[in-house]
Write a protein that binds this ligand. Structure first.
Ligand code: ATP
Length: 202
């Protein structure tokens, strides 16, 4: 059976960058954010339920989910937030499980890339946790540069995620992403070898 490994880290820590490096080694990975969008695409049963529950207010003129409108509603109302999470979390989990166990996978593991791995029940899907780690200041600088955000916006998002120290205590493997990419690549290769041995293709 294919083992699922979780890859997580705070905003701008380098999850996508590191996932691409695992991908270069042939590792199949799935981004939880992509799946969270897929389950509410136009035509899905989940979007129909959300529409029915919250009304036209949360649907754009193109028939897509208006994320900003929905966010505003659930931010003010914890009960509505609960309703939405009870609908979406099991669906996301089911779809993640499906995409993470492809029938044509050659390697003994696949990877779930998720910023909220440790904050949600997604944790239960994975055998090991890999944390991409950089100091908070590096997170802030890289995210500001990438997204053109201001410092206070990025700091607010970081404050809403689990603290760096706590995340590190839950890690089975840590990737130090302060380093230049060549070095990070070597760290990824070493962990990949370890997982091949641990999960059956050493
Ligand atoms: P988010 O949670 O916001 O989706 P992320 O954790 O996936 O972010 P990335 O997008 O991979 O993070 O990286 C954030 C930024 O830092 C990107 O612009 C990326 O190119 C840059 N970056 C990542 N790793 C390194 C590195 N080792 N050295 C220099 N820059 C890096």
């Amino acid at each position: 059976m294919t083992a699922i490994i979780g890859l997580t880290g705070g905003i701008g820590s380098g999850k996508s960058t590191v996932a691409r490096l695992f991908g270069e080694l042939g590792v199949h990975w799935v981004d939880a954010d992509d799946v969270a969008r897929q389950v509410v695409e136009p035509g899905t049963p989940a979007l129909a339920q959300i529409h029915q529950h919250f009304g036209d207010e949360v649907i754009t003129s193109e028939g897509e989910l208006d994320r900003a409108a929905l966010r505003t509603i659930v931010f003010r109302d914890p009960d509505q937030r609960g309703w939405l999470e009870r609908l979406l979390h099991p669906l996301i989990r089911q779809e993640l499980q499906r995409q993470l166990t492809p029938s044509d996978n050659d390697l003994p593991y696949t990877m779930l890339v998720s910023p909220l791995l440790l904050e949600t029940d997604q944790q239960a899907l994975v055998k090991k946790v890999v944390v991409v780690d950089v100091p908070v200041e590096t997170q802030v600088e890289r995210t500001m540069q990438r997204d053109n955000n201001d410092r206070s916006q990025v700091e607010r998002i970081i404050a809403a995620q689990i603290p760096r120290e706590e995340r590190l205590t839950k890690a089975d493997e840590v990737i130090d992403n302060r380093a230049p990419l060549d070095d990070v690549k070597q760290q990824v290769e070493a962990i990949h070898k370890k997982f091949l041995v641990a999960f059956g293709k050493g």
